[in-house]
Design a protein around this ligand. Sequence first.
Ligand code: UDX
Length: 463
Amino acid sequence: LRISIVGAGYVGLTSAVCYADRGFNVYLLESDRAKAQQIKVEEPPFYEAGLREMLHEALASGKLEVSSDVKKAVLGSEITFIAVGTPSLSDGSIDLTHVGSAAKDIGKTLKIKGDYHLVVVRSTVTPGTTLNFVKPSLESSSGKRVGVEVGLAMQPEFLKEGSAIQDTFNPSRVVIGEYDSKSGDTLESFCRKLHGENVPPILRMNPTSAEVVKYASNAFLATKVSFINQIANICEKVEGVDVVKVADAMGLDDRIGRKFLNAGPGFGGSCFPKDLKALVAFSRELGYEPKLLEATLRINEEQANHVAELVREELGSVKEKKIAVLGLAFKPDTDDMRESQSIRIINRLMEEGAEVQAYDPAAMKNARELFGEKILYADSATNCLSGADCAVIVTEWDEFKKLNVEDFKRKMRTPIVVDTRRIYNPQEFRSLRYRAVGLKESAYTDEDERKVKERLRSLGYLG
Ligand code: UDX
């Protein structure tokens, strides 16, 4: 079985190297020539654990071919996955330009192809897009009928940055939104070959339901994060209450679960904010006001201001104060700063006259492109603390977890730590000024903490 993939973004490139690893011949199509060239010389355009090595293997084995020749790729494969970007428009809805041109280009080649070919939409698209937009584009450019000579399906992607390869090989479920049963059978057969012994649950439904599954999943997870952030803000007002303790206890109820109950500076990344906005815009267009989703977004925006507020409360005013920001990526193990709350927090602090000095183990290049000369850049976590009046932990990198009380005391002008990710033990940090999201004062004894963590680990909630 030969596969072609349109778009070498997160989903496209990761899928391509994983499929090649499992022995499929893969054509990866990328219209941005510079990006395609970069991939050809084994240079992934973004950081993802294990990706560079897998890209090297895939190219060396000859299983992966990177090109911009749609005709060759479609004629030389049986299934084409569309994995192009669907960026946000100013009203929150998504831009389907790339999906449209991919469908048109594929269709033009299908016109001259004799054999059956399956097209699978993997880009995140709002409900109805596959049936009302991709299908007519394919039919008009190919002159063929979907459901007869051409197959069509929508398979949402649930991979997380930082564990993209693992998620591709071991997804929690595969959702197949099929136009007709032949399309669904063809895609299911590919998925079974890909996963071998380890087939995840495969759920088949119509394409529009599959599109809803993707948005509903991300909206739910993002709402869980905003929910716990709201609880955290309440906890901060009550003496002796700690949101971590609350979340641990809530999470042991398996109807709730501990995952995505980590209070923090709010969610970022390329998916949650964009997908929520798109779902809100889609819902409004249908005449329904999605109040819970709107609140999820609003709470998230306010959470960044809340972090700046914690710094202000500690310092009185941040004007002309030097703030060390540890962590810029929207989460650890990625260099991605798209919609990262670090951006909002830094902008807020700078608006109020602070001088920001930042460090991130992976995102420095992206930060420089974004902030230019407006902030100072450190070359290590400890150097970032140098001379600072306050340190704010924004991303929970392992490297920051290793810093101890003495590191802060030795390096900073005034050792004040605002821990938005709850990476430090409040009891250990008592000897300096320690503020944390969701904590008025530490409510844990060490023995309590040990027991709860042990139980959570045995349930697989902690690493
Ligand atoms: C997410 C979905 O998890 C994935 O299934 C989908 O395909 C794409 O969007 P990703 O954007 O890679 O993946 O990041 P994720 O790990 O979900 O985290 C999103 C944001 O939520 C991060 O900023 C993270 O820090 C934040 N978060 C997550 C919290 O603040 N608390 C939590 O408990 C969990």
